[in-house]
Design a protein around this ligand. Structure first.
Ligand SMILES: *Cc1c(COP(=O)(O)O)cnc(C)c1O
Length: 822
């Protein structure tokens, strides 16, 4: 950011400034909005953003302790004399205002990219192509939202020659707020498709919204041979924008491309104003060709000589959009981020490393390549890296590359350096890596994927891939149905419904949920050992586990007088007072719980007399919240709960939380949310009412072998797989021991390969199954989806006449869980 004093910022924001005189001239060079990813530093200002699900103001005290002195707030109650404050109406808009101001001071060109797909790839490729000549600042990762765009624009300062920013929108009216922040001279519209369609009436409406980014642009790059091209061209004419449109067919476009594909590369010839150029990209798929053409057209729009960049096109690499988290060798956890290498993305990756390493015992190890950031002088760059590593509490650095090797004296932590990857590999010993969370962060040409394969646990090729972003999306979707003060208990029993408990619990803790609930104490102990500190409730507290529950502060569900007496005796023995408990009332499920007034009165009488226990909450469970036909019964349960929980509330002079809703209950009876809800299946992506949830898991494997079967042959055990004519089958390394229901065999189930469904054929075996791939283009190594984006868990459940819960929790533990985070 271009440096501003606190007073100047206050003026830009039209805010009310509360500060001691010494702070008026305090310069600010960095803006933060997320307290979780800040670990110290000076000249920082914090914007207390508030949304339906969180309130940034609550983190002010904590940040003050870490040294932040200037806060932009919208709630006057938080203004005190312990720091300086700028009071504004809306902190989100204020952030956008400041970003727009910062942008205005920048006199070099800005490229603004939007569209349905390809934004991030075009941005990254432009960066790769142009950074040989220009100092470029760009959006970190896919920071393209209402908060991400201003944060990206605030990275701009005068040392750069060019800024490349991307913008994404999911509903109308968002783009006009982003436009003044980006104000591109050159616009790029990548394409218009179905992504994020749910909030738009039509594709036309979406196109018109996206075009708003370009109203003030000088030039616009877009395709001339698409359904939206005509509208886009009209838009250019109306707003005096020079179209730089291109086409693979259209003769009237500014640039015409012609492609010739070989087996692993494509030669693209470009014709513009009688001039011809030719370049090669190492890809053959349509979307890569489209993205490369956009890049070429943008170079034309920048009025650069394309000849200077043609050779760079050959070196373009796939852009890994996500961070991968995998099990490594010797109890290591691998975090692969090959996305790009610069200070901003390093900082983001370090925050993930820290979060994952909170599996307390893991050391934090970073394997880093030279950072090819133009714009900062090398010594300063690596001093900043050293500072970041220090701030994030990193234990060890492995540096790979000439520049790191040369500047190794800068680093003040345990470290080792190699001039290149081959040197590293020569000295590699597996035994040097154990019990560490390892972040692999390398510029693409360093090919860190080869290091990753050295460190990766060689697994069974079958994985259950969990998308942590989808999980957060689902959590927030439910939060929107709740009042801000309603607490959330998330059910992470049965390995988080089969999704793997520790990683999910860590994420939930990071997302500030109030409670986690597990089935048995052992699950709770495992979470505590992994660094989970938020309250945990044990639904089935067994007598043998009382000691563990007390040692690890796990709160029992008390469902009977007998259990209460036994647990109280155990707590008393330890001399503990006010141990938190949760009392369960049975209002009609007829499972665990206190059912009659008499039972409840006995329990009250007992607890009133004991100083050892404290009732944290009273709750009950609905038997049919997902079933409309049972709504009368559900309402009876609500009434019964109100009555019986009232008896308990009356007997104590402290506040006791009450809760009865599970996921379907939250969706269908939100006015019964009381103080807390218990979220389960909904978090994992299953909705009863058609909420826009995202499926969080994909079960996939790869084809081991493909073979041809003659019409008189059979497939598999008991010769059950019969074919009528010559067929092809794919053999897949996944069977009922992995949790694939054996009833899916013999044509009931199917899998998704290369864009098509293939029926299961023959009996499913313990570790293998067979798919009929006659007429499909399938070869060994191809990916097979059992459920995921193309086959929903609900569909599979219907096929098997069961419920999604059983499908999710049935995937066996030997299937590796792999976590993805954007
Ligand atoms: C599992 C469970 C839930 C969550 O139910 P979902 O239908 O998955 O939302 C809530 N409360 C109790 C007591 C549970 O055991």
């Amino acid at each position: 950011m271009i440096n501003l004093t606190a007073k100047q910022i206050s003026a830009v924001l039209n805010g009310e400034f509360f500060a001691s005189s010494s702070f008026q001239d305090y310069t600010i060079s960095e803006i933060i909005t997320d307290s979780r990813t800040f670990f110290g530093g000076s000249n920082v200002a914090f914007f207390a953003l508030s949304g339906p699900v969180f309130n940034g103001h609550n983190y002010i005290a904590q940040l003050r302790k870490k040294g932040v002195q200037i806060f932009i707030v919208s709630d006057k109650n938080f203004v005190d004399d312990k720091a300086s404050y700028i009071l504004v109406k809306n902190t989100g808009f204020a952030l956008q205002q400041l970003a727009a101001y910062n942008r205005k001071q920048f006199l070099q060109p800005v490229i603004g990219i939007t569209g349905s797909n390809g934004k991030t790839i075009v941005k990254e490729w432009l960066y790769d192509l142009l950074s040989t000549e220009l100092k470029i600042v760009r959006s970190p990762k896919s920071y393209n939202s209402q908060v991400g765009v201003p944060l990206s624009a605030l990275l701009i300062d005068t040392q750069y020659d060019l800024a490349i920013l991307e913008a994404g929108i999911s509903k109308p009216e968002e783009m006009q707020r982003l436009e003044p922040i980006i104000k591109p001279e050159i616009g790029v519209l990548t394409n218009i498709g179905d992504a994020h369609q749910e909030n738009f009436q039509s594709l036309d409406e979406k196109l018109n919204e996206k075009l708003k980014l370009f109203v003030d642009a000088e030039k616009l790059v877009f395709r001339a041979d698409r359904f939206y091209s005509k509208t886009t061209l009209d838009f250019c004419l109306q707003n005096s924008i020079t179209p730089v449109n291109w086409s693979l067919e259209e003769q009237t476009a500014t640039i015409q491309f012609k492609c010739t594909a070989k087996s692993s590369s494509t030669t693209i010839e470009a014709r513009i104003n009688q001039k011809h150029y030719s370049f090669v990209i190492p890809f053959t798929d349509d979307s890569a060709i489209e993205n490369a053409c956009h890049c070429f057209a943008t170079i034309i729009a920048l009025e650069k000589n394309p000849k200077d960049f043609l050779a760079q096109f050959t070196k373009l690499q796939p852009v890994a959009m996500r961070l991968e988290i995998k099990q490594g060798i010797n109890n290591c956890l691998l975090i692969n981020d090959y996305y790009n290498s610069d200070l901003n993305s390093l900082s983001i990756a370090l925050s993930v490393l820290k979060q994952q390493a909170a599996k307390s015992h893991l050391h934090k190890h970073v394997i880093l390549s030279d950072i090819q950031q133009t714009g900062i002088e090398t010594v300063e760059l690596y001093s900043k890296v050293n500072q970041l590593l220090h701030e994030w509490g990193i234990n060890k650095l492995t540096g790979i590359g000439e520049a790191l090797y040369k500047h190794q004296h800068i680093f003040k932590l345990e470290s080792e350096f190699y001039t290149n990857r081959h040197e590293f590999e020569k000295h590699f010993a597996r035994s040097n890596y154990s019990s560490s969370a390892i972040l692999l962060k390398g510029a693409r040409q360093f090919e860190f994927e080869k290091i990753s394969s050295l460190l990766q646990q060689k697994a069974h090729q079958t994985v259950l891939e969990i998308n942590l972003n989808a999980l957060v999306h689902n959590l927030n979707t439910f939060r929107k149905l709740l009042h801000p003060e309603t607490k959330i208990m998330v059910m992470v029993k049965a390995f988080s419904y089969g999704s793997g408990d520790v990683e999910i619990a860590q994420l939930l803790q990071h997302q500030n949920v109030d409670y986690l609930a597990v089935a048995v104490a052992d699950e709770g102990v495992q979470l505590r050992n992994a660094g989970i500190t938020i309250p945990i409730v044990v639904m089935n507290p067994e007598h043998d586990s009382f000691q563990n529950m007390i040692d690890f502060n796990l709160e029992p569900n008390i469902y009977s007088l007998q259990l209460l007496q036994q647990f109280e005796a155990a707590v008393t023995e330890f001399g503990i007072t006010n141990f938190p408990i949760h009392v369960k009332i049975d209002t009609g499920m007829n499972r665990l719980g206190l059912k009659t007034e008499k039972e409840i009165e006995q329990v009250i009488e007992f607890i009133v007399k004991s100083k050892h226990l404290h009732i944290q909450s009273v709750f009950s469970h609905l038997a049919g919240s997902d079933d409309q036909e049972l709504d009368d019964f559900t309402h009876q349960q609500f009434e019964r709960f109100a009555h019986l929980s009232g008896l308990i509330e009356k007997a104590f002079d402290y506040k006791i939380d009450k809760h009865i809703l599970n996921s379907a209950g939250i969706e269908r009876f939100p006015n019964h949310q009381m103080n807390m809800v218990r979220l389960g299946i909904g978090l994992y992506g299953i909705s009863q009412t058609g909420l826009q949830l995202q499926q969080i898991s994909t079960l996939r494997t790869t084809v081991s072998q493909v073979k041809t079967i003659e019409s008189n042959e059979t497939i598999g055990y008991n010769r059950r797989g019969k074919v009528l004519h010559q067929s092809r089958v794919a053999i897949v390394p996944m069977g009922y021991a992995d949790g694939i229901n054996r009833r899916l065999g013999n044509g009931l189930g199917s899998a998704f390969i290369n864009g098509q469904e293939a029926r299961m054929i023959g009996n499913i075996c313990m570790d293998m199954l067979m798919l009929d791939v006659t007429n499909l283009d399938v070869s060994p190594g191809d990916t097979v989806e059992i459920f995921g984006p193309n086959i929903s868990i609900s569909t599979l459940a219907q096929l098997l006449e069961t419920i999604p819960y059983e499908i999710l929790t049935g995937i066996s533990q030997r299937v590796k869980r792999v976590y993805l985070q954007e």
